[in-house]
Unconditional design. Structure first.
Length: 392
């Protein structure tokens, strides 16, 4: 009985201790009672912000790489445009293509040019730049200089393309001079080929402004040579590829503003000097039009660089100047290659249409199966040029 009373007392004391704890502890003091705090309700604004951040973060993850890529493309596009504008002279004029072109020697091609005699002459451009000329004379011209007999004579000024040098072109030019010999009525011909500044052994660096001065000085020099022959000696300008633009521009400058005669005060020259014919071999209209024709894609930068060019070689503008010169009657031959891989066919056709619209005496001949530089390599091409020179 006493044990039962003792047990009931201890139980009641434990219960009283639990009731006095005010809910802070369990029945045993070393155990922590679980918290009965109510869970906090999340703020509606917080849930709204958290819900909207997920699509924003996803959109940012997509747009950031795309923006970086677009900025990189635009930057490269602008950089390429800038480099093409700054280095356009080096892109257009390539005197060292193919390699070692500037070290070519005339003697290496003399055997394939016989019996045409070639020599080199050094002259000064209008600004004093040293220029090299390659001068070839056919047999009839050589004989005419030794005897008193006279026959029809031509002085032809040749302007090359935008690459290589003059010696590799000598065999092709010699073939034309040979055909002027081989006929019942031979024509004495002197061909003066200009090596632009920066090409072959000429000094300086090529640019349109400089080459225009070179061409004027060469025509001036050729005109002095013409004055040593008979009064009937004809002066012809022959240009190949970009040289066609040089020829038309030089003729326009010479006929409208005789720059060479004004600068050098040539005593043998007079205001009646004229250009008797233009021979344009595989020509194009202008550098700007060539860019648009070669790269018609609107996303490429080339077609948009026209306003930033300082090399134009605008043959249509030059032909209009020639036509507007009082008393200028210049027959024009436009020889194009049927398989030209450089100049699109519409370039030559546009020049033919323009010449006819201006009322110039124009002949258009297409050399079959010829590439851009193969007009003289084809017998048809040589015949076209020789027939035109004879008809002047």
């Amino acid at each position: 009985m006493q044990r039962r009373a003792l047990a009931s007392r201890s139980a009641s004391s434990v219960a009283s201790m639990a009731s006095c704890s005010h809910g802070r502890y369990h029945a045993f003091p070393f155990q922590r009672r679980p918290s009965r705090q109510k869970p906090k309700r999340p703020s509606p604004y917080l849930s709204l912000w958290q819900g909207s951040s997920r699509p924003l973060s996803t959109l940012s993850a997509i747009l950031t790489p795309l923006a970086v890529f677009c900025a990189l493309v635009v930057s490269l596009w602008a950089y390429k445009c800038l480099m093409m504008v700054v280095f356009q002279n080096k892109i257009i004029y390539m005197p060292s293509v193919p390699p070692f072109s500037r070290s070519e020697r005339m003697e290496n091609y003399a055997a394939s040019c016989k019996p045409i005699a070639w020599r080199s002459e050094t002259i000064r451009s209008l600004d004093g730049t040293k220029l090299t000329l390659a001068i070839g004379e056919n047999v009839t011209m050589q004989q005419q200089q030794r005897v008193s007999s006279k026959c029809p004579a031509l002085v032809v000024v040749y302007f090359q393309g935008n690459a290589s040098s003059l010696p590799p072109r000598m065999p092709g030019l010699s073939s034309v001079l040979k055909q002027l010999d081989n006929s019942i009525e031979p024509i004495a011909c002197t061909l003066i080929a200009l090596s632009y500044r920066g090409f072959w052994t000429s000094s300086g660096r090529a640019s349109q402004a400089g080459i225009e001065k070179d061409a004027a000085a060469t025509i001036d020099w050729a005109n002095e040579m013409r004055s040593r022959h008979s009064a009937e000696t004809k002066l012809v300008l022959w240009g190949q590829s970009i040289g066609a633009g040089v020829a038309t521009t030089a003729a326009a400058n010479w006929l409208s503003i005789p720059l060479g005669k004004t600068q050098r005060n040539c005593p043998q020259c007079n205001t009646t000097d004229k250009i008797d014919a233009l021979l344009l071999e595989t020509p194009f209209t202008s550098v700007e039009n060539m860019l648009a024709s070669l790269y018609p894609q609107r996303w490429l930068p080339y077609r948009y660089l026209g306003p930033f060019l300082w090399n134009h070689w605008d043959s249509p503008q030059a032909l209009q100047t020639i036509r507007g010169t009082p008393g200028a009657k210049v027959p024009v031959l436009i020889a194009t290659a049927s398989k030209d891989e450089v100049v699109p066919p519409d370039q030559g056709e546009d020049l033919v249409k323009l010449c006819k619209r201006l009322g110039l005496d124009t002949r258009h001949r297409i050399v079959t199966d010829a590439l851009h530089t193969e007009v003289l390599a084809k017998s048809q091409g040589r015949k076209v040029i020789v027939d035109f020179l004879r008809a002047i």
